[in-house]
Design a protein around this ligand. Structure first.
Ligand SMILES: NC(=O)c1ccc[n+]([C@@H]2O[C@H](COP(=O)([O-])OP(=O)(O)OC[C@H]3O[C@@H](n4cnc5c(N)ncnc54)[C@H](OP(=O)(O)O)[C@@H]3O)[C@@H](O)[C@H]2O)c1
Length: 286
């Protein structure tokens, strides 16, 4: 019998954490702790609901104190570098850490915040793998982002500046994370993850048409229009992210998903088909 490996998945309810937890529970000899601020409501068969909040350091020790590996979803807040370092400080020194970062996180803006989050993982004694994904396809069906504009108004408002995006399906990020958590081959690696194609926003909108049942069109915005209602760090991070889209930071297609998992990444057309079919994985439109 294989030895039991215990893995904590933070953000177990989230776009990448949920499909990752599902992949891991299907593996023999793996115990999956699903981190959530509200573990009683976590509905992932086979996953051990585990109290975890970045706002409550008292939850950290019991969540991470006895794991073999951990998947850390970077909290997008100014104190993230300190929070990540604090959490990992309570993990066993031989635990492996997989960090969900973002594409080309080595920008200078925000006082190198993206890099400082990664450095919190790199600078400790533990082995690590850093995942740097492009924009998730799932934001297109997330009610907090574009779902209602796409399905209600048949439009995709986006300040692209003509830039392209190599959208990635979060299920493919999860598949890479599974390998990175279980195999030792990718220790010390930074994996730049993208989907199979770099799409303009016009092409992206067109591919979303089955979600609206009529043609979806791109509505070009300015960055200022896109960030109306935001403030503080959210505003700064979002403005900077849109500026990076316009500069082409998310346009390059890499072959990393296939190299790591042995499978090509899903296309946006496949993602949309799966959402329409209500398949397990991406959020449905209901
Ligand atoms: N969206 C993109 O296109 C994109 C692209 C590249 C990188 N990223 C990165 O991916 C990460 C976000 O991933 P996601 O979109 O999958 O997440 P998400 O869907 O926004 O969900 C975030 C999760 O974090 C948990 N959470 C929220 N506040 C928390 C707190 N105070 N303490 C502990 N957990 C908390 C929530 O779980 P509970 O409610 O169960 O606690 C939730 O499930 C960010 O670091 C982002 O920068 C995103």
């Amino acid at each position: 019998m294989e030895p039991q490996r215990r893995i904590l998945v933070t953000g177990a309810r989230a776009k990448t954490g949920a499909p990752l937890a599902r992949l891991l529970v299907a593996r023999p000899g793996v115990e999956v702790l699903g981190g959530s601020r509200d573990p009683a409501t976590l509905d992932l068969p086979g996953v051990v609901p585990t109290a975890f909040s970045w706002d409550e350091p008292t939850t950290w020790g019991s969540a991470i104190g006895d794991v073999d590996a951990v998947f850390v979803v970077r909290p997008d807040r100014p104190d993230a570098p300190e929070l990540i370092a604090g959490l990992l400080g309570q993990a066993p020194e031989d635990a492996h850490v997989v960090l969900l970062s973002e594409r080309a996180a080595d920008y200078a803006a925000l006082d190198r915040w993206g890099l400082r989050c990664e450095d919190a993982v790199r600078s400790g004694p533990r082995s690590w793998t850093i995942l740097r994904p492009s924009w998730f396809m799932q934001v297109l069906t997330d009610p907090r982002f574009f779902r209602d504009a796409v399905t209600g108004d048949a439009e995709l408002p986006f300040p692209d500046g003509g830039g392209r995006l190599a959208w990635i399906d979060a299920r493919d990020i999860a598949a890479v994370a599974e390998v990175a958590l279980l195999d030792s081959d990718h220790r010390g690696s930074v994996l730049e993850l993208t989907g199979p194609e770099a799409l303009t926003l016009e092409e992206t909108a067109g591919l979303l048409s089955p979600l609206a049942g009529r043609p979806v069109t791109h509505r070009r915005q300015t960055v200022a229009e896109a960030v109306v209602g935001m403030d503080g760090f959210d505003l700064e991070l979002t403005e900077m992210t849109y500026e990076r889209v316009r500069a082409g930071a998310f346009a390059e297609v890499t072959g990393e998903v296939e190299r790591v998992t042995g499978r090509p990444p899903r296309s946006l057309a496949t993602f949309v088909e799966d959402v329409v079919a209500g398949l397990d994985g991406p959020p449905t439109l209901s």
